[in-house]
Design a protein around this ligand. Structure first.
Ligand code: ATP
Ligand code: MG
Length: 230
């Protein structure tokens, strides 16, 4: 029973895509992998699971677990969970999230948990994604980007993890272009120098990513997945 919390330096950096790639790669290695998206917000999908993220993750690793386990909280507004609870006049059942997390942890050899937004995305006024990771007591993998601005976002994310006592397993740099701008090309080296966090891999921009199998192939090739499961 091993688990990683997949967070990012911002919303839209590629947490779901990279986690789908990791889950698919682990599944292809014949290892029983589970996925969890404890809290999702946004408009409900017309088919499959309510959360679009959950649909992608489930497809990537042929997950059979029910929605109430893998996505216990869905808030139908594209905002932070805190804003959604205020606007919809709802509250989040935190004990339920931890209960479902423990169940999934006991059901699989490895469990990947996708966060929401970044590390300081508010779930309630005083409870952030960082508190959720801390409560789950698992290591985190930070998905980041290579374009200019990433040094600031990544250093801040790592600093908050350190302040919270969250162990960072590594960074994955998404949409990396080895022929890109000087900032982009230097990102892996500079991010490592500044954070001292291992770079687990870099993933390029992938055309036609609606075929999730392409991301699985890139992650299998560019990320040392074996080191995450041993
Ligand atoms: N390497 C890539 N190549 C091409 N497109 C990508 C890549 N990574 C992510 N994308 C696209 O960028 C968008 C955002 O990615 P994704 O949904 O994985 O981000 P996220 O961090 O999970 O976002 P959210 O904060 O909404 O959960 C998606 O449309 C996805 O298909
Ligand atoms: Mg996502």
């Amino acid at each position: 029973m091993k688990a990683y919390f997949i967070t990012g330096t911002d919303t839209g950096v590629g947490k779901t895509s990279i986690m789908a790639g990791l889950a698919g790669s682990i599944h292809k290695m014949g290892i029983d992998v589970g996925i969890m998206k404890p809290i999702a917000t946004g408009y409900s999908q017309k088919s499959g699971f309510k959360s679009g993220d959950v649909n992608k993750l489930v497809e990537a690793a042929s997950i059979k677990d029910p929605e109430d386990l893998i996505n216990p909280v869905f808030l139908p507004l594209p905002t932070s969970p805190y804003d959604a609870t205020k606007l919809l006049e709802l509250s989040i059942d935190m004990p339920l999230i931890f209960e479902q997390f423990k169940k999934l942890l006991s059901m699989h050899e490895i469990l990947l948990v996708e966060g929401i937004g970044g590390i300081m995305t508010p779930i309630t006024k005083n409870f952030f994604v960082a508190d959720l990771i801390k409560g789950m007591n698992i290591e985190t993998i930070i998905v980041t980007r290579a374009t200019i601005g990433t040094l600031n976002h990544t250093v801040m994310t790592c600093k908050m993890c350190k302040d919270y006592g969250i162990k960072i397993r590594g960074l994955i740099i998404n949409n990396f272009d080895e022929k890109g701008t000087p900032s982009e090309k230097n990102a892996p080296k500079t991010l490592y120098e500044l954070t001292n966090v291992p770079i687990l891999g870099t993933i390029p921009f992938i055309k036609d990513l609606n075929k999730i199998e392409k991301m699985v192939e890139h992650v299998s090739k560019n990320v040392d997945v074996k080191s995450l499961i041993s």
